[in-house]
Design a protein around this ligand. Sequence first.
Ligand SMILES: NC(=O)c1ccc[n+]([C@@H]2O[C@H](COP(=O)([O-])OP(=O)(O)OC[C@H]3O[C@@H](n4cnc5c(N)ncnc54)[C@H](O)[C@@H]3O)[C@@H](O)[C@H]2O)c1
Length: 267
Amino acid sequence: MTAQPTPAVDTYASVAGKTFIVTGGNSGIGAEICRFIGHNRANVVIDWIDREENNQPLIDEITAAGGRAVAVRADVTKVDELQTLVDAAVEHFGRLDVMVNNAGLETRKSLLESTEQDYDLTMNVNLKGAYFGTQLAARQFIAQGGGGVVVNMSSVHEDWPMPGNHAYCVSKGGMRMLTRNAAIELAEHNIRVVGIAPGAVATPMNTESPGWREAEQALKQEIPLERIATTDEIAGLVMFLASSHGTYITATTITVDGGIALESSGL
Ligand SMILES: NC(=O)c1ccc[n+]([C@@H]2O[C@H](COP(=O)([O-])OP(=O)(O)OC[C@H]3O[C@@H](n4cnc5c(N)ncnc54)[C@H](O)[C@@H]3O)[C@@H](O)[C@H]2O)c1
């Protein structure tokens, strides 16, 4: 008997049987997206680069729920390794339907503090990875026919400056334009490109950073909904965008932030 979805894992019936790639897929938001994919009986190539111990429990949960999963190690800063993810989707599941460019990191330094290495690392993971992830997925969508969806995991900081986290904001600003430009270029192929801009989410990116407990308390004061997001509140939107409900959404970024960007930045 297959496992029933947990209350947090809603069902989006039309994604069943579709094949996803999720970069940075074995941790935080990416792992939750993979769980949702499994519980909706779809297929996923889980991209990973560290935390290998997370892979098998995630694959086991996805399989028990009726989905199919394979974990593939690929560094998104390398175009040939990104291509191995697309190749794995075709090899294991026959096609690719949804590319989720989720891998990301932050160096948390100001413009004056940032080194060339900080800049290169942040831009290569957050922007170059998504740029070529979008390109390679689009080429596969066009080759196989039938369109496809790219979801770029951006941030409220694609618009909203965050002093002290300079390269991260620049990379997400670039992702904002990647999403818009790619969506216009690819629309004739029935390929949609959509960004998601989370506010603060309880994931290792935050919870493993120094001073998180104090930062969390301060954030709760600022967020109109008075709490940090949970990962399922982001993953559910990915499912919606990939489902038959999301078919008219493209060339935009959807903010999921409890109201903080508008409240705090006036954007
Ligand atoms: N947590 C938040 O508050 C928040 C807010 C807005 C946006 N985001 C975005 O959500 C995405 C996921 O972050 P998260 O919060 O789940 O953090 P996380 O640290 O749990 O996940 C990031 C993932 O990216 C992977 N990664 C890093 N470098 C990589 C590389 N070179 N190749 C392949 N994978 C690589 C990591 O291994 C990890 O799995 C990121 O793009 C992040 O910018 C997070």
